[in-house]
Design a protein around this ligand. Structure first.
Ligand SMILES: *Cc1c(COP(=O)(O)O)cnc(C)c1O
Length: 252
């Protein structure tokens, strides 16, 4: 639990009411910004999906975002946190995605629990997802995570290796590659930042036109609280926003 502690129920309720109001207002602003960026990029606002990134956020507020604000896509970056929270969430009509780095030994736990694993960055982890999906007799959708800035510290496959890795993964049973995900380097320079997003869009467009079994590329997941507008301007079809919706995160 990351919920603050309160002396009495009135205090708790006042805190919750205020946070819910903030969530409502934040989502209004974000959706307006998204729509404006969509139109600027020559697209329909409906064609760009908003994911609410719910890591560290208490279930109470996630349910508020779902019930009162129409959030229908949520993302968690840790397998255990997703599995712990999911039973307490109003998941009817809501898609859960895993967006954090996935270790092979956790594939077994997450396969069948999310609609999409956005953070597949190796053939090795894809093989394990495929194996577990065969066992459970289902197909798992994945995105390939690309380390577009070539940063040492970040997960994700090398940009130039993505198409070969996709070719290899597409041979695996019970897996479907649905698109690409990226987290560009933190950078103040807007031109440079847009360059990373536009490179991702180039790869996305190239891969869309490639015909392979088990590959149906429609999703380009990029852009977070600080950069979802430039991401949309450069072609994102999904943005993953946490802090700007729920406020700053408090880690245990
Ligand atoms: C936490 C996280 C986000 C959201 O980040 P914010 O800056 O809080 O919007 C997006 N994508 C991934 C993979 C994350 O782990």
């Amino acid at each position: 639990m990351t919920e603050k502690s309160f002396d009495n129920i009135e205090e708790l309720e006042a805190y919750r009411a205020e946070r819910c109001r903030n969530i409502d207002e934040n989502l209004k602003v974000i959706r307006d910004n998204m729509a404006e960026a969509a139109i600027k990029s020559g697209r329909n606002p409906e064609d760009i999906r908003l994911m609410a990134v719910t890591k560290t956020v208490d279930e109470y507020f996630i349910n508020h975002a779902i019930d009162a604000c129409g959030i229908d896509l949520i993302g968690e970056n840790k397998v255990q946190e997703m599995l712990r929270k999911k039973p307490n969430l109003h998941m009817d009509g809501v898609e859960p995605h895993l967006i954090g780095h996935l270790q092979t030994n956790k594939c077994k736990m997450i396969v069948g629990e999310v609609d999409l694993i956005e953070s597949v960055d190796s053939v090795k982890v894809a093989k394990e997802i495929s194996k577990q999906s065969v066992k459970k007799d289902l197909t798992t959708g994945i995105l390939l995570e690309v380390n577009v800035g070539g940063e040492e510290s970040k997960s994700g496959m090398e940009y130039d290796a993505a198409r070969d890795i996709a070719a290899e993964i597409s041979e695996l049973p019970n897996i479907e590659i649905r698109g690409l995900m990226a987290i560009p380097p933190i950078c103040e320079d807007e031109v440079k930042l847009r360059g990373y997003f536009s490179r991702m869009n180039e790869l996305f467009i190239d891969m869309k036109s490639e015909k392979r079994d088990n590959m149906n590329i429609t999703i380009l997941s990029m852009g977070m609280s600080s950069d979802y507008v430039p991401a949309i301007l450069e072609g994102a079809t999904e943005v993953r926003v946490g802090t700007s919706i729920f406020g700053g995160r408090i880690y245990d």
